[in-house]
Design a binder for this molecule. Structure first.
Ligand SMILES: CC(=O)SCCNC(=O)CCNC(=O)[C@H](O)C(C)(C)COP(=O)(O)OP(=O)(O)OC[C@H]1O[C@@H](n2cnc3c(N)ncnc32)[C@H](O)[C@@H]1OP(=O)(O)O
Ligand SMILES: O=CC(=O)O
Ligand SMILES: [Mg+2]
Length: 532
């Protein structure tokens, strides 16, 4: 067991909340401090390397499969670890923030996996961060039942049918300002990973599962190596055998799509495959190549997964995974069920089509954003898997993807429509309003919106302005109208802050890398010495 020798170097800079002491124990803080001490510098290097690479690509360096790792790709002999308990059959995975009611609903939903999300679906208020950890602790201890003020009861169902928990920590770009190690904010990824691992890893093993993770927004193999080293140290510190952790990496940046094999290879003893994180992938394309006219995207609604460059990415993902014995997990169709029966039917039909394409392409399962979508995803995968838990045997040797295929965006280019411009502004503003209020995922106009889709919305406006396919006056006029509509619809919303956030992140000369660090620092941080 750990000593608390480092505890004095870790400081909590937040007022104590209800039951926070169960999570922020001296031993847990000590553990997070050890991770921060061991990996803080490497995380800083990761961020520097991201900026260097972005500059190289912006100045015209070609993006290609790395020459230096060609031997890893050419070597047919290596495989990732076999699926861990609870992760063999992943035909339906539900995602959502680790909020209490949603946690119970997700675990009972009939999905095989629940991805408890501190990233795209969570607004990282301190309350959400620590409350999420408490909910996970209670969920793993099977004591997450609760009753609403109206008397509606939420309880876990049949233990044999509960979803396996996988936790997605925040990405490397975010700090946790309420926790300091040696006077600096702790990387948010290490807080989310560390607290969950410390409290729940052994409990999960005792329950016949394990500490499982989803890793967001990686840009290259070095970041995968960093995570692997974190897993090794975390397991060693708690006396958990190496290879117990499993992690599915989201391939949701364009540079990572060129290093899928390498990412699996770096993590191979801890790998649980790859996931096609389509929304951040599109955002990454805009961010990485936003300066190039041949990467101009049309309205978001017109960019579908049948676009050739997106098919190239998803098919390469399946092929790469299955060559290495790893699960390939599909992404999120954004349509969510609604109250109107006709709209609901249309949404279900769209999700069905999306899942059918994934299942036929060889994916082993896929994501849904809502319990109402579990049956449709399950039916589609049941139909393709026919009794098997996955389709790892479909090696997709027919797939041959070149760098040009991955980057052939111009084939779907086209000017934005006035509705497309307005929708992006409306969605970004409404999402920012929810996020600043502590809600990281919302349904807007029939679609699930989260941090990744909001990033696309504001980045598209930036890209269209940059290439002068829309003019600034039009955008400012629409912004005035949409801010007024927002104020009327959400009287509680701080419209001036929201507008300013939009202006900083969509109308600036240079595209800010993410909207979240800026919005977090200005609006979500509530540091206090009282909690130190
Ligand atoms: C790009 C990406 O990264 S995708 C992954 C990240 N994004 C996500 O995970 C989004 C997850 N989805 C959600 O958060 C929600 O579905 C939303 C916000 C889009 C819509 O939520 P709501 O407006 O509450 O939907 P709705 O009213 O139809 O919900 C009906 C019930 O289903 C529950 N529910 C909805 N979505 C989920 C979910 N993902 N997990 C668990 N329960 C859910 C609601 O809590 C509600 O439960 P109740 O009847 O007990 O009150
Ligand atoms: O995290 C998933 C995505 O699509 O982004
Ligand atoms: Mg994402």
């Amino acid at each position: 067991m750990l000593t608390s020798a480092l505890t004095h170097r870790v400081r909590v800079l937040a007022a104590p909340g209800h039951r926070h002491d169960e999570i922020l124990t001296p031993a847990a803080l000590d553990f997070v401090g050890r991770l921060a001490g061991a990996f803080g510098d490497r995380r800083r290097d990761v961020l520097k390397e991201r900026r260097r690479l972005a500059l190289r690509l912006a100045s015209g360096s070609p993006l290609d499969f790395p020459l230096v790792t060609s031997a890893v790709r050419a070597d047919p002999s290596w495989r990732v670890a076999p699926p861990a308990p609870g992760l063999t059959d992943r035909r339906v995975e539900i995602t959502g923030p680790p909020e209490r009611r949603m946690a119970v609903n997700a675990l009972n939903s009939g999905a095989r996996v629940w991805m408890a999300d501190f990233e795209d679906a969570t607004s990282p208020t301190w309350e959400n961060v620590i409350g999420g950890q408490l909910n996970l602790l209670d969920a793993i201890g099977r004591r997450i039942d609760f009753v609403t003020p109206e008397g509606r009861e939420y309880r876990l169902g049949d233990p044999a049918r509960l979803a396996t928990v996988m936790v997605r920590p925040r990405g490397w770009h975010l700090d946790e300002e309420h926790l300091e190690y040696d006077g600096r904010p702790v990387p948010a990824a290490l807080v989310d990973f560390g607290l969950y691992f410390f409290h729940c890893a052994q409990r999960q093993i005792d329950a016949g599962r394990g500490p499982y993770f989803y890793l967001p927004k990686l840009e290259n193999r070095h970041e995968a190596r960093l995570w692997n080293d974190i897993f090794v140290l975390a397991q060693d510190l708690l006396g958990i055998p190496r290879g117990t952790v499993r992690a599915t990496v989201l391939i949701e940046t364009v540079t990572a799509a060129f290093e899928m094999e390498e990412i699996l290879h770096e993590l191979r003893e801890h790998s649980a495959g790859l996931n096609a994180g389509r929304w951040d992938y599109l955002f990454s394309l805009i961010k990485t190549f936003g300066h190039r006219a041949d990467f101009l995207l049309p309205d978001r609604a017109k960019v579908t997964m049948t676009a050739p460059f997106l098919r190239a990415y998803t098919e390469l993902l399946v092929r790469t995974c299955h060559r290495r014995g790893a699960h390939a997990i599909g992404g999120m169709a954004a349509h969510v069920p609604g109250k109107d029966p006709a709209a609901n039917e249309a949404a279900l039909a769209k999700v069905r089509l999306d899942k059918e394409r994934e299942a036929e392409d060889g994916f082993d399962g896929s994501w849904v954003a809502h319990p109402g979508l579990v049956p449709v995803c399950r039916e589609v995968f049941d139909g393709v898997l026919v009794g098997r838990p996955h389709q790892l045997d479909r090696t997709r040797d027919d797939v041959d993807v070149t760098p040009a295929d991955l980057l052939s965006v111009r084939r779907i280019s086209g000017p934005p429509t006035p509705e497309g411009v307005r929708t992006d502004i409306a969605v970004a503003l409404r999402y920012f309003a929810a996020w600043l209020r502590g809600q990281g995922a919302v349904a807007l106009y029939g679609l699930m919106e989260d941090a990744a889709t909001a990033e696309i919305a504001r980045a598209q406006i930036w890209q269209w302005l940059r290439h002068r396919v829309i003019d600034r006056e039009t955008v400012l006029r629409l912004l005035d109208e949409e801010v007024a509509a927002l104020g009327a619809e959400y009287p509680w919303a701080p419209v001036d802050d929201i507008r300013a956030l939009f202006e900083r992140t969509a109308l600036a000369g240079e595209l800010p890398l993410f909207f979240t660090p800026d919005a977090y620092t200005r609006h979500l941080v509530r540091r206090t010495e009282a909690g130190a």
